[in-house]
Design a protein. Sequence first.
Length: 352
Amino acid sequence: MSMYYAALVIDEGSAAGDIIRFAVPLSFIKGSIAQLRLILLSVLLFVLTTAAILSLRFSRSLVNPIEEIGSVARFISSGNFDRKVLFKSGDELGVLAQTINDMGQTLKEKVWQISQEKSKLETVMSAMTSGVILCNGRGNLDFINDAAEKIFGVNRENVVGLSLQAALRNFLLHENLQEVLKTGDLKSFELNLFVPDTRVLQVHMVAVRGHSAKEVMGALTVLYDITGLRSLERMRSEFVANVSHELRTPLTVIKGYAETLLDETNWEKPVVVRNILTIIDKEAERLARLLKDLLDLSRIESSKSIMKKQELNIVQVLMDARSLLESPATDKAINVSIHHPQEDLNLIQGDP
């Protein structure tokens, strides 16, 4: 039988130390090593299994909250701010979950405030009688209010997003817009439209600045309809031209007959002199009426006309007006008549 020997010295200080000798069969030692290896392998397998189970549980406890946080973050980014992270913990993940919930609530409030401000702004823009057009930095139309839609005869849904030239088909607007986007300068000019209606517009185009004063993000265009004003100016010009012509006629007649009177040979003809003086008097009255009309018009336009109220009979006022018109009406074969209730009308307060 093969034996394994081992010797152990009892006292190293003595000259001849005592020795203890052991002898163990080699088969026993080999069996013990095999058992030890089996034990160590079993322990290692147990440790690895335990570690795997704990790792799986730990990973699930870590991954599930992260997945939930990611899911809620995706909902928030899509505009659903009511989703909440239900995971609660005192560690960093719990703090992150609470931060995500707070962020969603804050974003919800901010979006609501922005929506309210946008609604107010759109209401104001829609209620304006002046046209308003907003273009971005590329020259595309971002907003057009109701007044501008009516002016150009377009529909907002069909033109928003298009270039200003493609949306409104007006070269003058497009040209000035490009200049404003390029230089940032204010542009003011008159625009004559013939389609869909004949209009005269006063246009003010201003650059929309970014964070930097030199950064031009777009342009705001405001359109004022001055068609009525230009029409009044034209009517005034025509009126002045007509009045000038009307003034020239009586003056010419008066001057002509005055020259006739200067001829002493006509003084011996009383009938001729009387007719001439009658005509001069008639034309002088006509001239006085024209001048009075001009003065009345001037007072009305200057807003300095003050009514002098007094008690008056409206029927008498109408009769006086008819007497003033009687002579020119007769010359043109026009009959002027007054129709009023037979009973007496009460006196009224007014300026005759």
